[in-house]
Design a protein around this ligand. Structure first.
Ligand code: FAD
Length: 473
């Protein structure tokens, strides 16, 4: 009998297994398929690789501006997919986690097929393995939400993009959240005629309003047709060259068609086939596994971590969850989840990223000051010909603490990391304004925006900082 069985080898499961073994527990890690989970095999790593290819195309188009003559870039999609596979394998081969897991003596069952509870302490896999454990940690992640409309089987998910042999000439992307926006942006760069459909009034609804507006406007400028508030889908039907979506709004029927329709309308817990009821594990109203502050499920010896719990669906959160669940599984309920700074970003064109509160959320609780600096006024972005975008800082007028940072434009995600460190360190905005940042850099815009907020708050700026204004960013 094992002390702990971890089901699922994504970031949450791998970290959970390392932590339990490190605490001396005899641990087994059961993975349905490859080690690394969606993060390595089907999510951030492949998407980032495709996004990098899209970036190279737009950089190639800029070469003429700098006196370099080459032809129009031509994409060889099968070659790009081969590169994606190489990179996924390379990342997996270099995973520091793999070495740690092996050296800690964790029993790893890779490609074991789906696991399920045979009884509250026994796990069986499709490949015929059976194990028993005192504690279980469920880390099986999530899957794309399916719509119950006729013809849904004619649609694809982001994962199907890896199986395409060529770029579809046209694409409907249904869902304007992070995944839909990335699919739309990447395939638009690859030459697909993309229409992006969003049910709500704005794409990227969890971002700051200014970010949604800027990204929607940039998407439109780049040729993507963005349709917010488009109505309700009635059905999908096959056409000679692809698929048609029939939808209705205010009683009026409309349709759109393309070679491929990709649906990205949310993420649901991957619980199918786990036989959770056998183990007494309940799901919540949203269909995710319900957990308490210690990541215990409704069955006290079973924990859950990562996307399966339906909180922030991100790799750093999954890792943190895995650590907390594992600690509590071995030591008893001793550790709760910290309220952490969670930077989020997407590799669209333009990139966007955020950390902390949006302006609307901040205004619910604080007396707020905002400062914004546009990319067309900072040196590095002008040098690089990347002048579209902005950096916005949200500050609490009472404490001068930074509540949020929102960036649209080149290197938005990297800029936001610096803001995340400032927020995590509890820095006041005037303290950030005094930090010397290299010139000319993308991150330098943070110094500019912090200086702007500091002045608006009538806080003291040193002479040096004031004079150095034009050498920031
Ligand atoms: C397109 C896309 C892009 C993303 N980009 C980012 C990004 O840029 N940054 C970021 O932080 N996050 C990103 N995410 C989210 C991130 O990938 C997830 O939050 C993260 O992978 C969750 O980790 P996890 O361990 O909970 O689950 P997963 O990584 O989903 O791992 C779950 C594992 O469980 C296995 N499994 C499932 N069922 C069973 C079963 N019955 N038995 C055994 N094993 C099972 C699966 O095979 C899988 O290996 C992205 C997601 C998507 C879809």
């Amino acid at each position: 009998m094992f002390d702990v069985i971890v089901i699922g080898a994504g970031p949450a499961g791998v970290v959970a297994a390392i932590r339990t073994a490190d605490l001396g527990a005899k641990t087994a890690l059961i993975a349905r398929d490859e080690f690394g989970g969606m993060a390595a095999n089907d999510g951030p790593v492949p998407v980032r690789t495709l996004a990098h290819a899209a970036r190279l195309i737009r950089e190639a188009r800029q070469l003429g501006l700098y006196g370099i003559t080459v032809g129009e870039p031509v994409l060889d999609y099968p070659r790009l997919l081969a590169r994606v596979r190489e990179i996924v394998n390379d990342v997996r081969a270099h995973s520091a986690f793999r070495g740690q897991i092996d050296s800690l003596g964790v029993t790893v069952c890779e490609r074991a097929g789906a696991a399920r509870f045979a009884d509250p302490h026994s796990i069986e896999t499709e490949s015929g393995l059976r194990f028993e454990a005192k504690k279980v940690i469920i880390c099986t992640g999530g899957v794309s939400r399916r719509l119950s409309v006729p013809g849904f089987e004619l649609t694809a998910t982001h994962s199907d993009a890896w199986a395409l042999t060529s770029v579809p000439p046209s694409m409907l992307v249904i869902g304007g959240g992070a995944t839909g926006a990335q699919v739309a942006s990447i395939f638009n760069a690859f030459g697909s005629r993309v229409q992006l459909f969003q049910a709500g009034r704005r794409i990227l609804p969890t971002e700051d309003e200014d970010v949604s507006a800027a990204v929607a406007s940039a998407f439109r400028k780049s040729g993507i047709v963005v349709r917010e508030n488009f109505g309700e889908i009635e059905y999908f039907e096959k056409t000679a060259s692809g698929v048609r979506m029939i939808f209705a709004k205010d009683g009026a029927r409309d349709s759109a068609e393309a070679a491929l329709a990709v649906v990205a309308v949310g993420w649901v817990a991957n619980v199918a086939g786990l036989s959770l009821a056998t183990a007494g594990v309940e799901t919540n109203q949203r269909g995710f596994v319900g957990v308490d502050a210690y990541l215990r499920t409704s069955a006290p010896h079973i924990f859950a971590a990562g996307d399966i719990t339906g909180r922030l669906l991100l790799v750093p959160e999954a890792i943190h969850d895995g650590f907390v669940a594992a600690t509590n599984a071995v030591r008893g309920a001793t550790m709760t989840l910290e309220d952490r700074v969670s930077p989020i970003g997407s590799f669209t064109d333009p990139e966007y990223a955020q950390v902390g509160l949006t302006e609307a959320k901040a205004r619910e609780k604080y007396d707020v000051l905002t400062a914004m600096v546009r990319f067309d006024s900072t040196t590095r972005t002008i040098i690089d010909g990347r002048t579209a975008g902005f950096c916005k800082l949200i500050v609490d007028r009472a404490t001068y603490k930074i509540l949020g940072c929102h960036v649209v434009g080149e290197r938005a995600i990297e800029i936001t990391q610096v803001a995340a460190i400032a927020i995590a360190a509890g820095m006041r905005v005037d303290e950030l304004a005094h930090v010397p940042l290299s010139f000319p850099t993308y991150a330098g815009i943070l110094g500019r925006v912090a200086a702007s907020a500091t002045r608006q708050l009538n806080l003291k700026m040193g002479w040096q900082e004031d004079q150095a204004e034009s050498f920031r960013g």
